[in-house]
Design a protein around this ligand. Structure first.
Ligand code: GLN
Length: 489
């Protein structure tokens, strides 16, 4: 099997056993990048020199007999909305096309201590607004399972790179599904931690009450380890959780006996994609056969989740994106006076979808509409959260599809933003309620496109989510498929 197709834990063993060097591994992944990038376009910026330097340094430490950490010397990619000191961070926007951060995001500082190899920055929807990576100002990313299809989004570059073998692991960000949905479309594992688990310091803000950084990996084992590496309290993020961080690797056990799993009836409705429904129902049966207790539950406010999300997220985005005014941050297009300068800058440097959200957000926040839209959305957000609180009095985790369909064709939804928004129905409630959730592969469509299973946990209970995901994954071994499939990329 090719090196670029292996998981980080397999590669770690090989590095420790001196079967391979980090340089060899990094070169193999760079060659894979050469083979795939002209079709997949998972990357915005490649940092090959940095990667090779880090690989050589890892090899030197191994040669000196130092103990190496799990991700040490193992190449991965960072979503391009996470600030990397000295390396361009564009958010896939013309507005930040030339932005080189003078500082590292907290997650980068944390990663630094485990010394991985950083291959570059991954493509995404502009400012993380979208679900297909078609909103990148530079180029769309394509799905390695079928290059006619989208990889999902907004962390589409991160998921496509891990699926194609042009990275072993990745970081993404998730405001309404942007880690889980592309993981589902690309047949990899993606996790959104509990709101506050991972510091947002240095993550370019989209919707601050919803944004969370998380892992995109080949399997659940790598996911638990990557989560461990980036999790923890950070004084630089006032919403960062001070709760103790458990040892997530303890969750890597096959045990769901007696685990209470809730299946929300509102998530399985007429009209849902038959292949997705079948794959998810089979996964639920499998978990039951492994000893879990399945219960139907009700989350009655689910039908409002999309409306609430598409008021709150744009409202916060409109506020956060105010700073790109041609003066304080980002690009500037000159004009005769300051008003013309600002107007030209914002008109020319923001893409369509970003402008649409700024308009919606400012509308919802404006005097006279605030109470009717934004305030009302906040109240319904509370009701959605209470649905989950109630459900979690009876069950330990909730299992649903990650996305209503497998990956769709590039261009299929670009003219219908509402249709695209409706795709987020299964993922946005977790962000609104602040809950952790993972997507793991659970099958394929007839066209051999991956389908994802979403497992939702109680606040701060990533451990049970990981344990459920691991138990399911080990019973199925789709993760092995992925490694063995020379995806069409
Ligand atoms: N698809 C959702 C949106 O467009 C989610 C995006 C995200 O999680 N960053 O807003």
């Amino acid at each position: 099997m090719k090196l670029y197709n292996k998981s980080a834990h397999e590669l770690h063993e090989m590095l420790v056993g001196k079967e391979i060097s980090s340089k060899e591994l990094t070169e193999a992944v760079l060659v894979r990048m050469d083979e795939t990038e002209d079709r997949i376009h998972a990357y915005i910026t490649e940092t090959r020199d940095i990667a090779l330097r880090q690989a050589v340094a890892a090899d030197e430490r191994i040669a000196r007999g130092e103990q190496i950490s799990y991700f040490e010397g193992i190449p991965g990619v960072i979503k391009d909305n996470i600030c990397t000191k000295g390396v361009k961070t564009t958010c896939a926007s013309k507005m930040l096309e030339n932005f080189v951060p003078p500082y590292d995001a907290t997650v980068m500082k944390r990663l630094e201590t485990v010394r991985p190899v950083i291959l570059g920055k991954a493509n995404m929807d502009e400012f993380a607004m979208g679900g297909s990576t078609e909103n990148s100002a530079f180029y769309p990313t394509r799905n390695p399972w079928n290059v006619e299809c989208v990889p999902g989004g907004s962390s589409g570059g991160s998921a496509a790179a891990v699926a194609a073998g042009s990275a072993i692991w990745a970081l993404g960000s998730d405001t309404g599904g942007s880690i889980r949905q592309p993981a589902s479309f690309c047949g990899v594992v993606g996790m959104k931690p509990t709101y506050g688990r991972v510091s947002r310091y240095g993550l370019v803000a989209f919707a601050s009450s919803l944004d969370q950084i998380g892992p995109v990996t080949r399997d659940v084992t790598d996911c638990a380890h990557l989560l461990q590496a980036i999790t923890g309290h950070d004084e630089q993020d006032s919403t960062s959780s001070a709760s103790e961080v458990p040892d997530f690797t303890k969750s890597l056990v096959q045990d769901v006996k007696g685990l209470k799993i809730g299946i929300p009836k509102e998530f399985f409705v007429k009209g849902m994609d038959a292949e997705v429904e079948q794959a998810v129902r089979q996964a639920i049966d499998k978990l039951q056969a492994l000893g879990a207790e399945i219960q139907e539950i009700s989350l009655p406010h689910t039908e409002y989740a999309i409306s609430v999300y598409y008021l709150i997220a744009p409202a916060e985005a409109a506020t956060n994106l105010e700073r790109y005014d041609g003066v304080s941050y980002g690009a500037r297009v000159d004009g005769a006076d300051v008003v013309e300068m600002m107007t030209k800058t914002r008109s020319e440097k923001f893409g369509e979808e970003v402008k649409r959200r700024i308009l919606i957000g400012n509308y919802a926040l404006s005097a006279g509409y605030y109470d009717a839209y934004y305030l009302k959305a906040l109240k319904v957000r509370r009701l959605i959260k209470e649905d989950y609180d109630k459900a979690f009095e009876k069950v330990d985790v909730i299992v649903t599809p990650t996305a209503p369909t497998p990956a769709y064709r590039i261009g299929a939804m670009t003219n219908d933003p509402l249709k695209m928004y409706l795709q987020d129905i299964y993922t946005v409630p977790l962000n609104l309620a602040g809950l952790p959730g993972i997507s793991v592969p659970c099958g394929y469509s007839r066209e051999k496109l991956p389908i994802g299973l979403q497992i939702i946990g109680k606040p701060l209970d990533e451990a049970t989510v990981l344990r459920t995901a691991y138990t399911y994954e080990q019973s199925q071994e789709f993760y092995k498929d992925m490694a063995e499939t020379e995806a069409q990329a």
